[in-house]
Design a binder for this molecule. Structure first.
Ligand code: PMP
Ligand code: GLN
Length: 380
């Protein structure tokens, strides 16, 4: 039988590769982004209560209404932005499914999708499988600043979508208000859809403000905002997220969503809705992770790694160029096998695997794990 792959260039993700290598070599795993401490007991209890109180059959296609009300309330509280809970918010099986469904709902053959590299790995295959073309804008370490003239030069009559991601995985940088205004100016009076991946919206440091696409009225009209409760509530394995958009965009999204997953694990949705009644459950995240970032960075301050402190996300990028000129993939593997510490090489997310000699380390870990990891990094 002949199988012609629709994704001939796609292999196993770097997250799976590095986590497997970490396991094989009993290394500390700061590669794939997930916490190694428990999800909140109160939240677990609320999900259990939901299971014991009848939330065991299909949720409405767009999501449990209490959860959509809680999400709408959050946008009002944080951004003074209104999303109609019934028409403009849909709960998804993680942000990944929201992203895939948005791209599937809008991208046709030869449509162009602009994205910024390094880019999170699920964007490009989703574009490709739908026949679209990725138009990359490569950014570089250490600041990953966007040159907006360069972006303008990439926009064509075929541009259907621009994918943005702030706070940014993998670099840990955030976009400024000015970046968002530039994007708004470039897309005004066009039919370009913005996919704004905001899964780390609650993890922003040093009193900076998250610049959500919903804060910019013209951008809001053309944007899907994607979010992930896995990031916010320390339970990446639950795979619950959501997206928000105007009603006209959401109608098209739901046409695909209803045949893609139809609806998402119901008791988790109800439990999260109840948990979110207290906004501190998500507002406290900045402080929680900033303390972990500062601990990690203070412990490696004497090492030979160079860094700019992460501005957001739970990832810290470290520059190892003073240590070796090995490729980042080779060095990440050697660190795992010989030094028992796993990380993610950034080149895999870049155009032509541009290698800036940087590795990404996840600091959503217990202090004890961060101390052990820092001891290793300080010895190299
Ligand atoms: N976007 C980014 C930038 C991410 O880092 C992740 C997961 N780490 C996702 C999307 C996917 O989120 P989820 O696990 O909710 O599917
Ligand atoms: N988002 C996680 C990270 O950036 C990885 C999730 C996955 O393995 N697909 O580490």
């Amino acid at each position: 039988m002949n199988i012609t792959s629709k994704l001939p260039n796609v292999g196993t993700t770097i997250f799976i590769v590095m986590s497997a290598l970490a396991k094989e070599h009993h290394a500390i795993n700061l590669s794939q982004g997930f916490p190694n401490y428990p999800s909140s007991q109160k939240l677990n209890d609320l999900v259990t209560n939901a299971m014991n109180n009848g939330y065991n059959q299909y949720a409405p296609m767009a999501g449990n209404l209490d959860l959509r009300l809680a999400i709408a309330h959050k946008y009002q509280l944080l951004y003074k932005s209104t999303y109609h809970p019934e028409k403009e918010i849909t709960v998804t099986a993680g942000a990944t499914q929201a992203i895939y469904t948005i791209i599937s709902a809008f991208i046709r053959r030869n449509d162009e999708v602009i994205m910024f590299k390094p880019a999170y790995d699920c964007y490009e295959p989703a574009v490709e499988i739908n026949g679209g073309k990725t138009i990359p804008v490569q950014l570089s370490a250490p600041n990953y600043k966007v040159n907006w003239d360069k972006v303008a030069s990439k926009i064509s009559s075929q541009t259907k979508m621009i994918i943005i991601n702030s706070p940014h995985n993998p670099s840990g940088t955030i976009w400024s208000k000015d970046d968002m205004l530039q994007l708004q100016k470039l897309t005004r009076n066009t039919d370009i859809i913005i996919l704004s991946d905001e899964v780390y919206e609650h993890i922003v440091f040093d009193d900076a403000q998250h610049q959500s696409a919903c804060l910019f009225e013209d951008l809001k009209q053309r944007s899907f905002i994607c979010a992930s409760f896995g990031k916010t509530f320390h339970n990446t394995g639950w795979k619950i997220g959501y997206c928000c958009a105007t009603e006209a965009l959401m109608v098209e999204f739901r046409k695909v969503h209803q045949f893609n997953v139809f609806s998402v694990h119901h008791p988790s949705q109800k439990g999260i809705a109840d948990y979110m009644q207290d906004p501190e459950t998500y507002l406290g995240l900045n402080t929680f992770f900033q303390r972990k970032r500062d601990l990690f960075l203070s412990l490696i301050s004497e090492s030979r790694f160079k860094f700019q402190p992460s501005q957001g996300t739970y990832f810290q990028v470290l520059d190892y160029s003073e240590i070796t000129d090995e490729s980042d993939v080779d060095f990440a593997k050697r660190l795992t096998v010989d030094f028992k510490l796993a990380s993610i090489p950034l080149s895999v997310f870049n155009t032509n695997n541009q290698d800036d000699k940087v590795l990404r380390f996840c600091f959503a870990k217990t202090d004890e794990t961060l101390v052990k990891a820092a001891e290793i990094l300080s010895k190299i």
